[in-house]
Design a protein around this ligand. Sequence first.
Ligand code: TXA
Ligand code: MG
Length: 313
Amino acid sequence: MKDIQKAARIIQEGGLVAFPTETVYGLGADALNPMAVAKIFEVKNRPQFDPLIVHVADLRQAEILVTSFPKEALKLAELFWPGPLTLVLPKSSQVPDLVTSALPTVALRVPDHPLAQELIRESGRPIAAPSANLFGQVSPTNADHVRQTFGNKVEMILDGGPCRVGVESTVVAWMTSGPVMLRPGGISLEEIESVIGKVDLHIGTEDKPLAPGLLTQHYSPKTPISFFDQRTRFQSGLKIGFLAFRQNNTSVPIQAIEVLSTQGDLRVAAANLFAALRRLDNEGLDLILCEAVPEEGLGRAINDRLRKACGPR
Ligand code: TXA
Ligand code: MG
C-alpha cells in the first residue's frame, strides 16, 4: 500500500496523521469524527477553548461546511486558495462543536501542498489540523521537528520536506462590522486589502482572545527570549544567541547566531524562522535575543510570532 493510502485509512479509522502543508506541518484527524478530534487536543496538550482549522480540498468542499459565504470571502477564496489563507465562516450543523470550541463559526482552508491535497482527497474527509507542536511551543516546518515531539504518539508522519512558506496561514473572520484579520500569516494584509479593501486588525486582549492563537504568549522556545535593546546590560558569562534578520546587529558577545535572510527577503526569512528558532533553542544558551523585521508583507507575521515568543510566561 502507498504511504498516502495508509495515511488516508488511518484518518478514516479515527487516527492521527501528521502531514506537511505549505505553511507548517499539521496534526490531522477526521474533522467530522469528534472522537478523532478529541485525540488532537489530548496529544497536543491543547486547551479545548482553542478551535481548530478544517482543511478541505477545494471551495466546493468548503461550501458544504458553512451556512453562508460572504461575497468578500468568496473573492479571497477564489484568489488565494489553495494557499495560506484561513476563512472563519458560519458553520453548518455537520461540523462538531469540539472542532470549533462551540463557536458558531468554523475556520476553513485549502492547503497548497500535494501531500495535504492527496490526504484530503484519498480519505474523502475534511481534516481538522492544528500545527503539529505542543500547545504554546514553536511550530514545525519539517518532518524531523514533528518526529522530535510526536515520534510515537501519532500513527503516521508524512514527510514532504521543509515547508515553503514557514509561517501559519492568515486568519480572516467576518464580524458584524466586516472583515477582521485575526492572525497575520502567509498571505499579507496588503494582498488581502488589494482585493477587498480595508480590513480591521484584531488587537488581542489576554483575557478575551478572539482567536486563541492571539494569546500574548505562544510560539515559545524553552530558552528565555527577548528583543535586543542596545541599552540592556548583560551579566558577563551569559551564553547568548542572536536571531538576526540580515546580519549581526548586536554589540554584545554572542555564542551563536542565526540569520534569517542576508538579502533581507521577508519570504526567505519567514521560511527560515521556526527552524532557526529551534536550532538556537538546542544550543544550550541562557538567552536568545531577536530583532524585529520590517512591518510589511510577511514581516507582519514574523514580528507577530517573535512578539509572542517573547511574551510573558
Ligand atoms: O497554516 C496554518 O494555519 C496551520 C496549518 C497546519 O494549516 N494551522 C494552524 O493551526 O496554524 P493552529 O491550530 O495552530 O491555529 C489555528 C488558529 C488559532 O489561532 C485558532 O484560535 C484560530 O485559528 N481559529 C480556529 N477556528 C476559529 C474560529 N472559529 N474563530 C476564530 N478563530 C479560530
Ligand atoms: Mg499553532
